[in-house]
Design a protein around this ligand. Structure first.
Ligand SMILES: [Zn+2]
Length: 442
């Protein structure tokens, strides 16, 4: 079956003016201006659509969709925000996580996202199978997922920030990391599910857990992820606890590698940026979260110039408080201009970060572009809402006018969103169930 997605209004790909041909799960060919593909079984008229490679989200915490705009946490910076939420999150049960994951995945997908990365680090008693739950939900929705087996083993009694009730010991964490790697991690091209290992952040994990996680990642050929240099509080914590700046802690634990992508990366020195770039450490720029928690501004352009893969992330819904990937592009553009000026960060830059850059953070070269052999992951937007009326450049309009909902989404050659609705899922029922779960849980 060869499907020609024909004559798009605009497309974020070179040499595909007349669209692309999808065959099976992959892109078979790009169709240039004045050309027609040779053998075609079906055609999709894309003349009213702007076509993008499916967006790739590099940082999220699905469970936090249950505590958006929570009165105990709003209007706070990161550390007090976390301290207010930890005891609430400690009540998380498997059914809550299941609904939260389903809702977050659908919210992302409706915004044009085709690959999600989730960082789940919360393991209160009874929630030992958190990774299994997220994998089941992604599989049933057809969403591509890198699930980060997060971890915390440094609680308040050991000088860390989280309460004892949400952490596990190192032995339990490493054993479960190995279990989920064996069960779910698929390093092959086109993989629907990958596992990454993700000790949470310097103030909630031991140095030894970082070292052992890096060794395990090497053995199972998977990515490594953590929060780093998000706030100055974190930097002060590292200096006090380890006598090291956060990037030196990475170096000391075997994390200066292209297996690693970091969430936030706000507070780096110029010398640290050069070291990270040389080591090809990726950075997930979470603009909305950084603005909501007033954490600071990521130095995206210097990081990319130094050689780091640069991706975008919506971050957890309690700090964003939204899981909309198109919104993340607009935020990255606006905050980028505030730092670098109006001519430096363009709509093409943020589109590149949200697709190819994000894919590279996740260690993938099979998604994030519309090109021969890449996975057929696509997001198609129409410009017939009021917010686009009068727009001239269709690609720029998506970012500048604030597109937030895709009309069609394809993942691995299968339409998962049609006419702005998820295929085979009752959205109203899901929202009702998820809202109820949020009330019960909080
Ligand atoms: Zn986060």
């Amino acid at each position: 079956m060869r499907l020609w997605i024909k004559d798009p209004l605009a497309i974020f790909a070179d040499g595909a003016e007349r669209g692309l041909v999808v065959e099976g799960t992959r892109v078979a060919e790009r169709v240039r201006k004045g050309e027609t593909p040779q053998r075609i079984d079906a055609t999709f008229d894309a003349s009213r659509h702007v076509v993008l490679p499916g967006l790739v989200n590099t940082h999220h915490h699905f469970y936090q969709t249950l505590t958006r705009a929570h009165p105990s946490a709003i209007n706070k910076a990161l550390f007090p925000w976390l301290v207010a939420l930890y005891p609430i999150w400690a009540r998380l049960k498997p059914d809550h996580l299941r609904l939260a994951s389903r809702l977050a995945l659908i919210e992302l997908m409706l915004s044009g996202c085709t690959t999600a990365a989730d960082h789940h680090y919360l393991y209160p008693e009874g929630l030992e199978n958190a990774v299994d739950i997220e994998v089941e939900e992604a599989r049933s929705l057809g969403m591509r997922l890198t699930v980060s087996r997060g971890s915390m083993n440094l609680s308040q009694k050991d000088g860390g920030l989280p309460p004892d009730s949400v952490v596990q010991d190192e032995e339990t964490i490493l054993a479960d990391s190995e279990r989920v790697l064996k069960l779910f991690h698929d390093p092959k091209p086109g993989a629907p599910i990958r596992v990454a290992l993700a000790p949470c952040s310097p103030f909630s994990i031991s140095k030894d857990l970082m070292i052992e996680s890096a060794k395990l990642a090497e053995r199972y050929d998977c990515q490594l992820h953590t929060h780093l240099c998000e706030t100055v509080d974190e930097e002060a914590f590292c200096l006090r606890m380890y006598g090291l700046r956060p990037v030196d802690l990475l170096e000391a634990t075997g994390w200066m590698s292209s297996r690693v992508w970091l969430a936030h990366g706000v507070h780096f020195t110029a010398e640290e940026i050069a070291r990270l770039g040389k080591a090809k450490v990726g950075v997930s720029h979470c603009a909305a979260s950084n603005m909501v928690l007033a954490s600071g501004i990521c130095r995206t352009c210097e990081l990319e110039a130094a050689g780091s893969p640069l991706g975008l992330g919506v971050d957890g819904s309690a700090s964003n408080d939204s899981s909309n990937m198109m919104e993340a592009l607009r935020h990255a553009l606006m905050i980028g201009r505030l730092r670098y000026g109006a001519e430096t960060v363009t709509h093409r830059d943020v589109l590149r970060w949200a697709t190819d850059g994000s894919a590279r953070c996740l260690g993938r070269s099979d998604i994030g572009r519309i090109a021969e052999g890449y996975q057929a992951d696509l997001a198609l937007f129409r410009l017939d809402e009021t917010r686009f009326s009068g727009a001239h450049d269709p690609l720029a309009a998506l970012v500048l006018c604030g597109a937030h909902r895709a009309d069609r989404v394809m993942i691995a050659g299968t339409w998962r969103v049609i006419d702005g609705q998820p295929v085979g899922l009752d959205l109203a029922a899901l929202i009702a169930e998820h809202s109820q779960a949020a009330r019960d849980f909080a």
